[in-house]
Design a protein around this ligand. Structure first.
Ligand SMILES: Cc1cc2nc3c(=O)[nH]c(=O)nc-3n(C[C@H](O)[C@H](O)[C@H](O)COP(=O)(O)OP(=O)(O)OC[C@H]3O[C@@H](n4cnc5c(N)ncnc54)[C@H](O)[C@@H]3O)c2cc1C
Length: 375
């Protein structure tokens, strides 16, 4: 499967990214191919029509896609976080209602936790779900909703009357026009991670049937805990994206360093450049091993909070560092849109920010280390 994906990335993605990326156009044909590969159901159980991939294989899928274009990993990732919430914490009725259509890619999902005034401090969110008879009424503004426009189902985190946070399954019409009190209030123009939409979504008196509370009545107040649990796999995914981008940066650097000549020889033969390549390859190798280890722990049912956080921290910082080093090796050419390295340089910082910034990873890692030490 990974070999097939690699061929697709080399043949159909890498030569065509620039055409979509700079103009921020959605890559419909590439996404159709992801759908044909079954990747919208990558981690969804086979009983619901998915591929049922474990974390280790999923991480390799994400790495391979990101080696070609990191935005493609984004197309499936928040969809799969939404699916994972339903599969792990939904009622059987919610699973059979939503998962088969999500696994086939017919219905797209997204994950909506962040707000204009709450990102790292996600528990400070203000979006409200008020009970009205058998229904819920949603009011609030959500920020940074990746895939929000094309999604037909939103895993929405909102504050319920108990002042706790619950997760709702909001079904909506895909498209730019919004639906029954939901509107796409802003398209966010981004530095990188272009081609797929990240939007602000507003809810004004949007009514939801009572059965859209994730997990049924027992799910009241559980949403935040569940979202954090789903983000553990999300961190491995972001770390794997980092490895993919770092690999692309390294591939571009070693290829260019052998072709470009200065002072009578290929620049790779100048020790300063050779040492850069050595350091880049070493960090890339370490990042990949950390992702592999965290994913293996998840697959073995072991606790992986520290390892997933460490993998995310190291791999994302490595991606940013290697993108810059690759640009230096490309000299002036690295600063132009003729070479892919400038896109890698613009894409890499997202991994440092998304699904918990590096600063937040350090908090999570240090707290978990102290808790383990006390145990
Ligand atoms: C392109 C993109 C796509 C996204 N997609 C989604 C999505 O699909 N769904 C979703 O819910 N969210 C999404 N996000 C939101 C993302 O998860 C947040 O941007 C991220 O969690 C950081 O939150 P913030 O932007 O509010 O930064 P802030 O929380 O305001 O942080 C600003 C700075 O302060 C630092 N900081 C904050 N608190 C502390 C602390 N206690 N100690 C030390 N430093 C601290 C941060 O590390 C950061 O450097 C996306 C973001 C981007 C950029």
């Amino acid at each position: 499967m990974i070999d097939t994906l690699r061929e697709f990335v080399d043949r159909d993605v890498i030569p065509n990214v620039a055409e979509f990326e700079l103009v921020d156009a959605y890559p419909d044909a590439m996404v159709d191919q992801l759908r044909a590969f079954g990747l919208f159901g990558a981690t969804i159980g086979e009983q619901y029509g998915g591929l049922g991939l474990n974390a280790s294989t999923y991480a390799r899928v994400i790495e391979e896609l990101s080696r070609g274009w990191m935005s493609l990993a984004g197309v499936i990732n928040s969809h799969l976080i939404c699916a994972q919430l339903i599969e792990r914490f939904g009622t059987e009725d919610q699973r059979t209602t939503w998962l088969p259509a999500m696994a086939s890619g017919e219905r797209r999902g997204c994950f909506s936790l962040s707000e204009p005034d709450s990102g790292s401090d996600a528990a400070a969110l203000r979006c409200k779900a008020a009970a009205d008879g058998d229904e819920w009424i949603i009011n609030g503004t959500k920020m940074w909703v990746t895939n929000g426009e094309r999604a037909g189902i939103v895993a929405l985190l909102a504050r319920t009357p108990d002042d706790d946070i619950s997760c709702f399954l909001v079904d909506k019409k895909p498209g730019p026009d919004g639906d029954g009190g939901i509107s796409i209030s802003r398209h966010i123009d981004k530095l990188g991670y272009r081609g797929l939409e990240t939007v602000e979504m507003s809810y004004v008196d949007h009514r939801l049937p009572g059965d859209r509370l994730l997990g049924g009545p027992d799910g009241l107040g559980q949403g935040f805990r569940w979202a954090l649990a789903a983000l553990e796999l999300g961190r491995i995914n972001v770390a794997a994206r980092g490895v993919g981008v770092a690999q692309a940066a390294f591939d571009a650097a070693i290829s260019y360093a052998q072709q470009r000549e200065a002072f009578g020889r290929p620049i790779a033969q100048h020790q300063a450049i050779g040492f850069k390549l050595a350091e880049m390859a070493t960090k890339l190798h370490a990042a990949r091993l950390m992702v592999t280890d965290a994913a293996r722990r998840v697959d073995a049912g072991e606790r992986a909070d520290v390892e997933a956080g460490m993998a995310k921290l190291f791999a994302s910082e490595t991606a940013a560092e290697l993108a810059l080093e690759s640009m230096r090796i490309h000299g002036g050419n690295g600063f132009t849109t003729e070479y892919p390295v400038e896109r890698l340089y613009r894409d890499a910082p997202l991994m440092i920010i998304g699904e918990g910034t590096s600063e937040i990873q350090k908090l999570v890692i240090s707290r978990a280390l102290l808790a383990r030490a006390q145990e």
